[in-house]
Design a protein around this ligand. Structure first.
Ligand code: COA
Length: 155
């Protein structure tokens, strides 16, 4: 693991702990239509191949990112910041923290995103993700296509 505690303008990116789960689930629930349960986030914290990080702003959990890695690939399952902390660079710091937390053999990170989610798409493209495909009607509530993105780490 290459993750170092990062402190920049009152934002700390650190590994999530069990005590953070209720706030993580609250942010997720307020952010996306089909949120994970608290139990699902708690379970992710026990998985050796999962990475869940939180962003702390002035001691408050302002966002999180969670994903998994296997051999040379990783996937981001969810990233969100609380509404009052958006557009302050926290989403970007969470992505960077996620990349740094991955084992060095990981060569690419993938994710899928709702086609209409222009904020997230802009965030991902800004951080080097490239559109690689489309899954028609992948999401429900509302039904919508998923766009697939991959970021390749240069060797
Ligand atoms: C997507 C999300 C995580 C971005 O978090 P954030 O902390 O606001 O992101 P940042 O401040 O680091 O923004 C970085 C870049 O993302 C893009 N971005 C963020 N919010 C945006 C918005 N509302 N509209 C357009 N672009 C946006 C911009 O490119 C921005 O760069 P800029 O500030 O130089 O313009 C946040 O909007 C969110 O939690 N959304 C709801 C949950 C969600 O949709 N998650 C993704 C599921 S796949």
């Amino acid at each position: 693991m290459r993750l170092q505690k990062e402190t920049m303008s009152d934002i700390i990116i650190r590994k999530a702990a069990a005590k953070d789960v209720p706030k993580i689930a609250e942010i997720e629930k307020a952010s996306i239509p089909q949120p994970w349960s608290e139990a699902a986030f708690a379970d992710a914290l026990t998985q050796e191949n999962a990475v869940t990080l939180v962003a702390e702003a002035d001691g408050e959990i302002a966002g999180f990112i969670t994903g998994v890695f296997l051999f040379d690939n990783a996937d981001i399952y969810s990233v969100a910041t609380s509404e009052q902390h958006r557009k302050k660079g926290i989403g970007g710091k969470l992505l960077t923290g996620f990349f740094e937390a991955l084992p060095s053999e990981v060569e690419a990170v993938g994710l899928e995103v709702r086609e209409s989610n222009s904020a997230a798409i802009s965030l991902y493209e800004k951080h080097g993700f490239e559109r690689v495909g489309l899954r028609k009607n992948f999401y429900e509530q509302p039904r919508e296509n998923a766009v697939l993105y991959t970021k390749q780490f240069s060797k």
